[in-house]
Ligand binder design. Structure first.
Ligand code: AMP
Length: 403
């Protein structure tokens, strides 16, 4: 595995898999360009070395081949603006309305150092998601070196994210800066974590998080469980949870997890108290109660103040922290305190030297909501990919480069 920054791209055409799967409104305006912004440093490094860049991505889920709605042509203008934001207006951006075939070959062939070519949506070919070898080989012909900077699709064995790598020699397949950041941070947490290592797992469903908890039982010192999923554990232990979220078909699994944790000497912490509500509503009446004594008709929608105190103390003495999933219904103001307090505790521990990684859609949304994204060590952009990584799975996009 070569290091991106130490590779000199002078004179090379770099074929870069990016994640430009951005949301567009009805007039094709980009409503959130974070994924595009994230990869600009990777592109600029290649151009700065005197290389040229051929970008490939998917956009949306086109079902029947080329569809105007899913065309990457809608992104060209904004990409040009992002690349020329320093005012130089020197970076040219071309577009090829196919990702393979004659036009793609011709345009990429003519590309000069310092120029950028954006290829049309890879998913206009069903071969992309099938991981078709012939399609991957055609794509590979467009560049001299392959750079994967699309962490969000690293858990997919698609043609452009994984299969393509075998058509490039060692030293000619690299992670881009986004990928490198994600991989280094994830490995630091999972394989080189300084102890105590606390994992904070929240969100709605136990069933979504079983694999991640089981994998963490092998590595973490403490696992904090909050959010809706905590009540399945509470009920499994014999608690009264009223109308709180519960997966009755997972009660046995929850007990098994608690048993395994005991055997492995991992401390699992459930919220001692909860903010309960008489309905699932922003204006519900609320009270604070022990999480195992919630009256019928009431539901736990946030962790309570005692839980916040205990969890914050555990987080405060941790050296490695992984956070996935909110502690309550943080989208509603009345039930955001637990998630906010935990975000602050993670930020505080980070300022004292802990390494903290926040990953998975809703906890990322939470740190952003509370303006704490720059106070944690790393915020992962790849929701599904990061989850699979922490479940202990091998991500095809990572393996393909490392092989
Ligand atoms: P997930 O995608 O599994 O991480 O779940 C995130 C969602 O879980 C958020 O939309 C939260 O509003 C929701 N959530 C968190 N805590 C609770 C709770 N106690 N009851 C119901 N939903 C919750």
């Amino acid at each position: 595995m070569s290091n991106f920054n130490s590779h000199n791209f002078a004179g090379e055409k770099a074929l870069v898999r990016v994640d430009f799967n951005v949301p567009l409104d009805a007039s094709f305006n980009i409503t959130d360009d974070n994924r595009m912004r994230a990869t600009i440093p990777t592109i600029k490094k290649i151009l700065g070395d005197g290389g040229s860049v051929i970008l490939m991505s998917h956009l949306g889920r086109p079902k029947d081949g080329p569809t105007d709605k899913y065309s990457l042509k809608h992104l060209v203008k904004h990409l040009h603006e992002l690349l020329n934001a320093d005012g130089g207006n020197t970076t040219k951006v071309f577009f090829a309305d196919d990702c393979i075939g004659e036009q793609a070959m011709l345009t990429s062939g003519m590309l000069k150092a310092g120029e950028v070519l954006l290829l049309e949506n890879l998913r206009f070919y069903k071969e992309e998601e099938k991981g078709d070898e012939a399609f991957a080989e055609k794509l590979s012909k467009l560049g001299d070196v392959y750079v994967n900077d699309a962490f969000g699709t690293a858990h997919r064995a698609h043609a452009s994210t994984a299969v393509i790598a075998k058509y490039f020699a060692t030293g000619k397949k690299l992670f881009g800066l986004v990928m490198e950041g994600e991989v280094i941070s994830a490995e630091k947490v999972l394989h080189a974590s300084e102890k105590p290592f606390t994992a904070i797992i929240g969100g709605a469903k136990v069933s979504d998080k079983i694999l991640i908890i089981e994998n963490l039982l092998e590595r973490a010192t403490d696992i904090i469980i909050g959010g809706g999923m905590a009540y399945t554990f509470m009920k499994a232990r014999g608690g009264k949870i009223g109308n709180s979220l519960c997966e009755d078909d997972r009660l046995a699994t929850a007990l098994e997890i608690l048993e395994k944790a005991k055997a492995k000497n991992v401390s699992i912490h459930l919220p001692e108290d909860s903010v309960i509500a008489d309905k699932f509503d922003a204006n519900a009446n609320t009270e604070t109660r022990p999480s195992d004594a919630i009256p019928d008709g009431w539901m736990g929608l946030d962790i309570g103040p005692k839980a916040v105190g205990i969890f914050s103390e555990i987080i405060g003495r941790s050296k490695t922290i992984l956070w996935n999933g909110p502690m309550g219904v943080f989208e509603m103001e009345k039930f955001q305190n637990g998630t906010k307090a935990i975000a602050l505790a993670v930020a505080d521990a980070t300022s004292k030297g802990a390494f903290s990684l926040v990953g998975g859609g809703d906890s990322v949304a939470a740190v952003n909501k509370f303006n704490l994204a720059d106070k944690v060590s790393y915020v992962s952009t790849g929701g599904g990919a990061m989850l699979e990584y922490f479940e202990g799975k091998v991500l095809p996009g990572i393996a393909a480069i490392k092989e």
